[in-house]
Design a protein around this ligand. Structure first.
Ligand code: PSV
Ligand code: MN
Length: 389
């Protein structure tokens, strides 16, 4: 076994990808939400399902919550429930996009009363982080406008900066803001945090505890995401990822499904800087909805897709790459990358799993466990969780 393969196996064994609690609830498009049997009825059951993904992959150790979708009476109790299931509660995601008051925005709304309400929600999210032990507050704002002239573009930036500063001041020493951008939707003319540059500029003003989150589905078609990764990493402002894949816009499909080569290119930038492992401070998360596929296997498949892209990225021969780049050997440098990309890493990952005491085939092991049948039989009555509830 080469040194590179040994190193790749070590990193793969330590990799951990966060799951979104909302992936386990029902979801769909604005045309129809399809209910699936056995879907969780509350955050406790969402954690139980997430724990299955961790059980069979060993690479999904935490779960992101979305507030108020995952509101509970006692967050310390929820965190203890997670720990008993061998998962942790990770990022707390705020939600300032589903209340009637937010029709014209939340933190950028022209009315100070609405901005106050949104700010209080964000501060409440930090209180929840204190209770769960979460370190990351993920902020995504649906704010924007639909028509030219509707509101002041610059004025909205001022309002955003003011709210962010208040929330930043409330953070504990080991807590941070992860600011997420998105090109458009639900607003169609302007979006108040539309791109990494805007997010980065706000983070710079706020201070070192504010970093940018890249949701891979939040760009215009053709945008070179790995460039953004390399830039933000260099600046120390890459906070994390919301992984998913897209064919058209923010499709929220399984990561690695639409464009595994793009995922590999992103992971290559991360492998180059050796920031794959959890202690790198980069929050690797999935942000997906499984509208037509079963949800737990959908998450398992997604984790496996990230692992495969990571394994290929870890196999890139960095010395050969640097030598070819230095020599101006365009084809040689490209070949180094493509050799790694074209490697079948499934046997390597099977070995990593077996060495961890896991089944080499997580999807088959989950299917054989009977858990899917169990929850279908047990979870009758109550109301199923959904994207938005
Ligand atoms: C917005 O589209 C987004 O990507 C944000 O991360 C939200 O919090 C999440 O989706 C909700 O699904
Ligand atoms: Mn997202």
């Amino acid at each position: 076994m080469t040194d590179r393969t040994t190193y790749a196996k070590q990193v793969l064994a330590g990799q951990s990808i966060e799951m979104p609690s909302w992936a386990f609830g029902n979801s769909g498009t604005r045309f129809k939400v399809f209910a699936q049997q056995g879907v969780p009825r509350d955050p406790y059951e969402k954690l139980a399902d997430a724990a299955q993904v961790q059980k069979y992959t060993g690479a999904a150790g935490s779960v992101a919550l979305h507030i108020p979708w995952d509101k509970v009476e006692d967050y310390a109790d929820l965190a203890a429930h997670a720990a008993a299931l061998n998962v942790k509660i990770g990022t707390i995601n705020s939600n300032t996009f589903q209340d009637d008051d937010y029709m014209l925005g939340s933190v950028c709304h022209p009315d100070a009363k609405v901005r106050r309400k949104a700010t209080e929600h964000l501060l409440e999210c930090v209180d929840i982080m204190d209770a769960t032990g979460s370190t990351d507050l993920k902020l995504w704002f649906a704010d924007g406008t639909n028509y030219p002239g509707q509101d002041s573009i610059a004025g909205r930036q001022d309002r955003l900066a003011e709210v962010l500063a208040e929330v930043y001041a409330r953070l504990g020493d080991d807590q941070r803001i992860l600011l997420e951008y998105k090109l458009f939707e639900p607003s169609f003319y302007t979006t108040d945090v539309p791109d990494w540059g805007t997010a980065y500029a706000h983070c710079l003003k706020l201070g070192p505890k504010a970093q940018v989150v890249i949701d891979t589905g939040h760009h215009a078609p053709g945008v070179n995401i790995e460039f953004i990764v390399a830039f933000l990493l260099r600046e120390g402002r890459l906070g994390g990822f919301d992984f998913n894949s897209r064919f058209y816009a923010d499709d929220d499909l399984m990561v690695g499904a639409a464009d595994p080569f793009q995922l590999f290119r992103i992971l290559h930038e991360l492998a180059l800087r050796e920031v794959i492992l959890p202690d790198s401070g980069i929050a690797y998360m999935l942000d997906q909805c499984h509208n037509i596929e079963p949800k737990i296997p959908g998450q398992i498949r997604s984790i496996m897709n990230v692992q495969e892209a990571t394994a290929k990225a870890l196999l890139v021969d960095h010395e050969a790459l640097a030598a070819a780049q230095q020599a101006g050997d365009v084809l040689g440098a490209n070949a180094v990358l493509m050799d790694a990309y074209n490697t079948d890493v499934r046997p390597l990952l099977a070995e990593v799993r077996t060495e961890q005491g896991l089944d080499a085939d997580p999807l088959a092991a989950y299917a054989a466990s009977g858990y899917a049948e169990e929850i279908k039989a047990a979870r009758v009555g109550g109301s199923q969780a959904g994207w938005g509830a």
